[in-house]
Each structure stands twice: as C-alpha cells, then as structure tokens.
Design a protein around this ligand. Sequence first.
Ligand SMILES: [Zn+2]
Length: 215
Amino acid sequence: MNNAVFTVALTVALAGCGGGEQNPASTALEPVPTAPPAKAESVPQPVDLPNINPQPGPAAKAIQPIQHEPIMKPTKVAAARIVKTEAEWRDILTPEEYRIIRQKGTERAFTGKYDHHFKDGTYICKACGTELFLSETKYNSGCGWPAFFKSIDGTVEETPDTSLGMVRIEITCKKCNGHLGHIFDDGPNPTGQRYCVNSASMDFVPADKKPGTAK
Ligand SMILES: [Zn+2]
C-alpha cells in the first residue's frame, strides 16, 4: 500500500511537473504580452551595468589629478639634479676633468687655466653648465687655484671632508654634484671666505658673449 501510494504521488508529481512545463509552452503564444515584461526585467540589468561603470571612471579621474599634482611638485628639487652614470660622465669629460670632478681630485697648484684669469664674465660648472661664480667675486689669493669670495646663491653645496687627515669643507655643484674644490674662512671682505676651485671644474663665459648681462 505504501508503495502504491508513493507511486501515485510520484506520478501526480511528475504529471504536475509535466503539466507545468507544458502549460507555459503551449500558452506561450497567448500570453505574449507577459513574455516581454519578463525579458524587460533582464534587459535593464545590462543597461544598468554600463551606467555604473562610467561612474567610477569620472570619480577616479577627478581624484587622480588632485593626488598626483601635489606629489609631483616636491620632486622638482630632485628633478633639478643632474644624475648620470659614471660611464656617461666619462663620455663628456676629459680624463683629467673626470678625475677632479667625479673622483674629487685636485689639479696641481698654479697649473689651472683660470688661476690668473680675470676677465669679466661668469664661471660655470664644467660638467653641467650651471653658473657658479661671477668674475667680480674672483680675486688673486696666491694659493695656486682660482679663488672667489662668494658663489652665486644656491649653486654651491658645502660638505665636511675629512680626507687626507684634514678637516675641510668640500664644495660641489649643487646641480650635478661635481667636485669643485674646498672653501676656507681666510678670504677677503665682505664674506671672509675663500672658494678654492679647480680650473678643470669650471668653464668661462665672457660677459660680452652672454646675452642679457651686458654692463
Ligand atoms: Zn654641475
């Protein structure tokens, strides 16, 4: 009995299922108006997705410039520096210039071409061209190297140097970090400082060849 009841129930259930499937299929032609609404429900979904996607796009674009511009501005200090590989420096400098500028060497006293050079103009960094010293700040110190009592503001960096068993202040080009020489406090007025610079670390631009500096 139990089996018979169960079989009947299954049969009814299967019949119900079959009937359920058949009904929509057979009546599909009649309730056509109801079918599109069912599809219409699924249609808006893909429509909504494209609408959602553009929203994060503009939002992200609006945030990016705000975050990146302030970050890039402080890097101008680093960007102002000239950084080259040692191989690149060797390509643009003579062996003597490389030894002095990149390896902190020193030219022999009284041998530099600017030791007794007193023309009007600007002394620039041999390695990167940055203007370092004006001729009106140059004086004859008698030490054997070009000497200045002042550098152009913001162009020369001073670093303690304890090499060779001495305590000195090394001076380098702020832009390319090239070695210039040393600074001592036995200079003339008004600064009392002596920028002792290797001729090989500099180049000279005469005043009459530099546009905008005619006096
Ligand atoms: Zn330089």
